[in-house]
Every structure is written in C-alpha cells, then in structure tokens.
Design a protein around this ligand. Sequence first.
Ligand code: COA
Length: 434
Amino acid sequence: MSWKEYYQKHRMSAAEAIQLVRSGNVVSIGHAVGEPTALVDALVANADQLHDVELLHMVLMGKGEYLTERMQGHFRHNSLFVGGAARGAVEQGRADFTPCYFHLVPELLRTSLQPDVAMIMVSPPDEEGNCSLGVSVDYTLAGALAAKTVIAQVNRHMPRCHGDCFLHVTDLTAIVEHDQPLIELQPAQIGPIEREIGRHCASLIRDGDCLQLGIGALPDAVLMSLGDKNDLGLHAEMFSDGAVDLIRNGNINGRHKNLHTGKHVATFLMGTKRLYDFVNDNPSVYMAPVDYVNNPLVIGRNDNMVSINSCVQIDLTGQVCSESVGLRQISAVGGQVDFIRGAALSKGGRSIIAVGSTAAHGRISKIVPVLDEGAAVTTNRMDVEYIVTEYGVADLKGKTLRERAQALIHIAHPDFRPQLMEAYEQRFHQKWAG
Ligand code: COA
C-alpha cells in the first residue's frame, strides 16, 4: 500500500480517533503550542466514557479543561513541568508533578512512563509522506515512538520545520485533519528593571558566543541588548520572537558553532505567528528531540556556550530555587540545569541566573539568608556561576561561602541589604566590611 493509500485509510474524525483511548491508559500529549487541541477537545468531550486516564504533559498552553474538578476520576494529569495553567490543580491535589531534567523525559517515556497512546500535532505530509513535528519535537517525538497508538492532528498551520523532527504517515495509527492557528504567546512587557538586567547580562556576552535563553521578559530584554554583538550562535531549548530580529539582522548567524554550524538549534518553539512563519520551511532552523538538544554533553560541544535562566530565590551561599515558593510548586527545572551543566562543559562557557532583585512588587527580596522552608534547590551551589540582578553581577564560581554572600548582598535590593548584612554577620561571625 502506498503512503497515500495508507493516509486515506487511516483518516478519521477526532471523535472516532479518540475511541482508541481506553480507560486506564497513559496518554502522552504534544507539548506547549504543539498541543493537538482538536484531539484534546474530543478527549474531554468523551470524558464520561473514560476513567483513570493518565495524561502526561509539560508546559500546558491549551485550555487544560481536563484539570478541572468535574474531570476528576476521568483524567489525572501528570505534569512534568508546572506552568501557570497547571499550578492550581497541582496545588489542590487534582494533578501530580514528576520532577525530572528535561533532557531525560524521552528516556522516562521509554522506560517508566510508557504511554499507551500519543496525541500529537504534525504538518501535512510532504511528497514522501513525512510529517514535521514543527514547533514541538522535545518529548513529543519520543512519546509517539514509545506509544502503541499514535493519534495525529494534521494541521496546515503547523510549520514544516527542518531537522530531526519527522514522522512518516505510516507511523500514525489515526489521522485527523483539522486546521487551526497555533496558540500564540505574545512578547512580555519589558520595563526598566528588565532592561537593566539585560544590559548587565550583555556585558558578559562576547562576539562569537553560543546562547541559550529561556522565555519571558528577561530573555527578551537580554536579546534587546545584543544589537551590537556579532557572530552569535543559538543552541537553546526553545526560542521566541525575540531571537528572530537578531537572526534577520545577522547578529545571530551560528558561524562559530562547533555543532550545526550556521544553524539555530531548538527543541520547541513558542511565540507569535511571526515566529511560526519564520521557522516554516527555514533550513537555518534545526529542530531536534530534547534528549539531544538539552543533553549537557551535546551542549558542551559548542565552545563559549552561555546559558541565561531565571529563578525564584537565591540564598547567600548560591543555592538557587527556580521552581517553588516554599512548598508551593510554581514551575520546574525544565532545561535550566541541563544548560548550566552544558555551559560548564563548554570551553569558554558561562552560565547566568538573571533575576529581578525583588518579588511581589518590591515587598520580598529574592536574595535571602536561607531558602524558604520547603523550597526546592533547583541549581545547586556547585553548579551556579553568575547571578545578575538590576544592581549588577555576582560571580560565584570558585568563591568561598563568605565571598559569595558578600557578592550577593552587593546586588540585592538596597532596601534588603541591612537585614542580609545582619544575617552575614551572624553566619560568618564577623562584621560586615562592605
Ligand atoms: N517569593 C514569593 N513569590 C515569588 C518569588 C519569591 N521569591 N519569586 C517569584 N514569586 C512569584 C511571583 O510573584 C509570581 O507570582 P504571580 O504569578 O502570582 O504573579 C510567580 O512567583 C512567578 O514569578 P515571576 O518572577 O513572575 O516568574 P517569571 O515569569 O520571571 O519566571 C521562573 C521565573 C523561575 C518561574 C522561570 O524562569 C522558570 O520557570 N524557571 C525554571 C525553568 C527554566 O529555567 N527553564 C529553562 C529555560 S526555558
């Protein structure tokens, strides 16, 4: 049978395809803006026919209706990253959280998690029957390869990205044609604090560096400060609209990358239609699974790798919490430690934690004597290197506990420095000398 005949034979409606999900199944759902929304809607509509279905997912950008109270008993969400949409359900015990390094999620899917069904979104097939996983390759491809049943939403709005990101039509059990624009994430508002942090980070970045930045106001502010840099590279978990201008203007050209020279590497993408149009059929963008892109050994093969991530709280010894406020899980490690360790393995590499000095509109210092009770140590104090706030840069690498505390107090918000100095004096049994 030709792939075209196979395609026609396995084409069905979302409602028909979802009948392949059985009670008790484990279902892996395409990540972030690669969520197959039409399939998830059909699954939720079929809730009354199902019980105890476990749904695996990371950053949830869709409606998340399966997290609501009335879905209890039908679906249980196992979140491998607690984004904004899943926070309430995890906190209230309606969903679970599994801590894991992002680069190890595919291995977890192949071994302990073992999905029965993968629900994914792909681009329409090319002449040879290959469908691109587009903006979400990460664990989505591994989930599809690990599952016995693969239900695919074929969406002509899914960019046809290049790289190691294709499935053949004959790998798909059920094919649901449903065109719908991808979920968009608008660029964050950048204020004076973010601009200042961006400027300090830019002072640590040199021409020819290879960058990883996360998502949000801080990464965008850093990107905005890089307009005078040249020959930068991109090897990142993800990138957003902020990187597009720097690529188009030639500031990012990947010329000095040891790996995938001239290409911009990522494992997932999130942004606006402008980003999705940019990556569509763009051979300079290389999308690959997360166990490759985020593998510290792969990251470290690029010289001068610079990772920039953010956090919730830092104690005076350099322990970084990036995922909880005390016991309350508000995020997860994602690729933070993957890239910090990758940068440490890279010749000339550097890692930066960039963060505003306060939270809650200035009421709380993010630099604290000790982490809140119950806070998770996301990046430990052996891995941490630069911390950047709007007040400057603290270089913690190779520094004693006392030197770390001094450097961190210098970049804390001035309102909180007196109490941090007091904690310093108590801890180190010596007067603060400035
Ligand atoms: N004490 C109390 N509350 C705090 C706090 C603190 N020290 N720090 C942050 N918060 C609260 C904020 O007030 C905010 O609450 P709200 O949602 O009710 O407004 C919430 O926590 C999120 O903080 P915010 O500073 O707005 O988050 P952000 O968008 O800048 O993201 C992280 C910061 C740490 C959550 C984010 O960078 C992250 O998830 N990092 C880990 C994953 C990662 O690094 N991945 C790799 C790159 S993709």
